[in-house]
Design a protein around this ligand. Structure first.
Ligand code: 5GP
Length: 339
């Protein structure tokens, strides 16, 4: 099954750029930036090794801050982006929608941040032509609304110049911070102007906010851990998939164990769902591994893994032609196994 899943041309719809750098990539990045003989490099390696001990949502957000140090320069950001594309390509992911929060610091503005990521994706695609990459700029709900407004404005501008790359807006960031309603006007504008919306929703228990988000609507629902059966029925009636990230939810402590993961309830309700990594680097996983865990925990068969992949194809923001081509790759793979 591992080999079957590894070779399956998979589709990743929920991946945060700075969370998707695995340990090897982080070391490679640190080495490139500081040189392996430097004091900075030794200190960074010592900090990497402490990573796995943490297991709550706040601790995870500290890990992101650590990765952000490595991507705080143009060189770091560009190389990190290329490494992330490489990681997904090596896992035989044929399509990935990367999300990232444009940041401003002394090395780059938010506009330059997006430009560097776009350029690096272009470079990476020359080396890894078999993977199709799309980009969803993220709003960090812990930051002021003015930052979200700048992000949406940049996303709209870059969507004009790169209509095949920038397809939507993600709302993420620490779910315990910020107030969803503050972002409604800017999210509404983004949607009116044609950007798809992917919202981290029901990641923590907050029934009032969950209702508000569901009423507002979205193209896909990130995590959906605390959705009620009625909420799930509502999403099902609107054909809105829930992006399930098993390892992420368990390691960040929002779900107690794999056995209790809501993927089971979604399967029982026959609700739309996709399997995703979220932050393959921070949580030390791959899309192959997530499918394998779903198989080991809930008994997913090969056919169900293929169906979930085709479901992800349909819920991606790719064009009709791109989706057809992705589905064909899956079909060809399955046909090749019959021979
Ligand atoms: P970046 O946007 O810097 O490329 O990716 C890391 C960022 O994505 C984090 O700092 C955080 O704002 C967001 N993020 C990553 N994983 C999660 C998650 O599981 N839940 C939420 N709400 N936000 C996340």
């Amino acid at each position: 099954m591992l080999q079957f899943l590894k070779e399956l041309p998979k589709v990743e719809l929920h991946a945060h750029l700075n969370g998707s750098l695995g340990m090897d990539s982080l070391c490679e990045l640190a080495e490139r930036l500081y040189g392996s003989a430097s004091e900075e490099f030794s200190q960074l390696c010592a900090r990497f090794t402490r990573f796995d001990k943490d297991s709550d949502l706040d601790a995870c957000f500290e890990k992101f801050a650590f990765v952000h140090e490595l991507t705080s320069t143009e060189e770091g950001l560009r190389y990190a982006t290329e490494l992330v594309v490489r990681e997904f390509a090596r896992d035989n992911v044929q399509y990935v929608e990367l999300r990232t929060t444009p940041k401003a610091n002394k090395s780059y503005t938010r506009r330059e941040y997006l430009q560097h990521v776009i350029d690096a994706i272009g470079e990476a695609r020359k080396t890894y032509p078999d993977i199709l990459v799309k980009l969803l700029p993220s709003i960090n709900r812990a930051e002021p609304v003015a930052v979200a407004e700048e992000t949406v404005s940049l996303a709209l501008e870059f969507a004009q110049s790169h209509p095949d790359l920038i397809l939507g807006i993600d709302l993420s960031g620490n779910p315990g911070k910020g107030t969803f309603s503050d972002f409604v006007p800017i999210l509404s504008l983004a949607r009116e102007k044609g950007l798809k919306l992917v919202l981290h929703c029901a990641e923590i228990e907050n029934p009032a906010e969950i209702k508000e988000m569901l009423n507002f609507g979205m193209s896909r629902c990130g995590h959906g851990t605390f959705l009620t059966p009625e909420d799930i029925e509502l999403l099902k009636s609107r054909n809105i998939p829930i992006e399930c990230c098993l390892t992420s939810n368990v390691k960040s402590g929002t779900v107690h164990s794999l056995e209790e993961h809501h993927l089971k309830r979604l399967m029982e309700a026959d609700a739309p769902k996709v399997i995703c990594t979220d932050d393959s680097g921070v949580f030390d996983t791959t899309l192959t591994q997530e499918f394998l865990l779903a198989k080991q925990t809930f008994g997913l068969t090969r056919d169900q893994c293929v169906s979930l992949t085709l479901e992800a194809v349909q819920h991606s923001f790719a064009t009709v032609e791109e989706r057809q081509s992705m589905a064909t790759k899956v079909k060809n793979y399955m046909d090749s196994l019959q021979k």
